[in-house]
Design a protein around this ligand. Sequence first.
Ligand code: SF4
Length: 237
Amino acid sequence: MHLPAIEQSTRVSEIFSSLQGEGLYIGQRHLFIRFEGCHLHCQYCDESEKPAIMMSLDGVMAKAIQMDQANGPHQYVSLTGGEPLMNLTFIKPLMMRLKEARFRVFLETNGVLWQALREVVEWCDCIAMDMKLASVTGERSFKIEHEQFLRVAKSRDVFIKMVISRGVDVEEFEDLVRIVAEVDATRPVILMPVSSQCEGHEDPGLMQILESMQRIGSRFVPDIRIIPRLHKILKIP
Ligand code: SF4
């Protein structure tokens, strides 16, 4: 039988304890493992400049356990990036080891690599998936990939995050919310203002757009909320 290669080391940007800054579980203490690298190039991304070091599976586990003892308890270990699913052969055994150590696994992902998700979904307790709007990211549309991703992810506790900017295309937004409604309308959708110094609070125009998107989206999915990023407001990592 052919077994997939297990990557025993990968590039990790940081491992740290902090408050979850985005989405449905905002404000909870999470232990973050941030992986280097992403296959997308969102125009608002602030992750690309973070330096990374090579770390082994044992090294990541040892650091996670040590940080949990020093700063825990943590509600979840959040695998984040970059795009953690690009490190499939590393995160698969890592997730298994985290579960063995009784951590709960939270996957933060851009919601595109659905084939990779299929390989690890059973070890995810919660999935925070992005739905990327081309009109906001400057990237191509990932509508088809997002739909496939949500179909795989819906076997777990999953919610959807969408970053909204002044350039948002309403039709594109409606298309994405309609996909959520078709796959599983009960999943929460979180709208976030595109990152700025104080999360759009000094931009009333953007806040009006967000409110209008919330109203439009609520015709398709009942649980759609506007939640700004906590770590930008509190100025924490
Ligand atoms: S998906 Fe996330 S990490 Fe990747 S480029 Fe976009 S914002 Fe950056």
